[in-house]
Design a protein around this ligand. Structure first.
Ligand code: 3PG
Length: 214
């Protein structure tokens, strides 16, 4: 898969809802219920981070939920990309970008949303063909003003900022000209997931789904 095709595919996925939940799942037994709760609230693209032993099993369980588009996050190595795809992930997200990771993802046909934090990193990815990038860690590297500043010289790049985004600041990002969606963990708080409080998560998802990328 070319970077251009990956960009096009991930932009189409990102446009389905304004928020991509960033999920750290410690119990795969909770994964199906969580995905169903998020989809019921109108949030479809779900990023399961490869940060827990249960992450791959969670991806497999969530991929069976109708309406869910399940991706894998925190991809750091070629092996991560392969394992994520084998588990059922249909897109990949990485906090930064390496040639080895992108080479593998392109070879196996896993569309990447690769991370950038600076103009140089964004330009490097653009040169490779990735016009849609994760802006990470958004709040810590200057937040919405920093991301807005990239729109001047780099208007051809679209971003999904993540890192420190909440219900309170998400709309500020979504109102930027170069932002199509945001990523964040606030829609699936650990205590609600652990308790299986799916109604609360559907309510958070429904609030998030009302946000608008303008
Ligand atoms: C991450 O990779 O941890 C995401 O950027 C989520 O960050 P958050 O927990 O601050 O939403």
């Amino acid at each position: 898969m070319t970077p251009e095709a990956a960009t096009e595919r991930n932009l189409a996925v990102a446009r389905k809802a304004p928020v991509i939940p960033v999920l750290v799942i410690s119990d795969a037994g909770r994964a199906k219920g969580l995905a169903e709760a998020l989809v019921a609230g109108g949030i479809y693209a779900l990023e399961v981070t490869l940060r827990t032993p249960d992450a791959l099993a969670a991806i497999t369980a969530m991929a069976e939920v109708p309406g869910a588009i399940v991706g894998a996050g925190t991809l750091l190595s070629p092996d991560d990309a392969r394992r994520a795809q084998d588990a059922g992930a249909t897109f990949g997200v990485s906090p930064g970008s390496t040639e080895k990771l992108l080479d593998t993802a392109e070879a196996i046909g896993l569309p990447m949303l690769p991370g950038a934090a600076t103009a140089t990193e964004a330009m490097w990815l653009l040169e490779r063909g990735y016009g849609f990038q994760k802006f990470f860690p958004a709040e810590a590297i200057g937040g919405a003003p920093a991301l807005k500043s990239l729109a001047g010289p780099l208007p051809q790049i679209t971003f999904c900022p993540t890192g420190g985004i909440t219900a309170a600041n998400a709309q500020t990002y979504l109102s930027l000209p170069n932002t199509v969606c945001v990523g964040g963990s606030w829609v699936a708080p650990n205590d609600k997931v652990a308790a299986g409080d799916w109604a609360a998560i559907t309510a958070l998802a429904a609030e998030a789904a009302k946000l608008k990328a303008t």
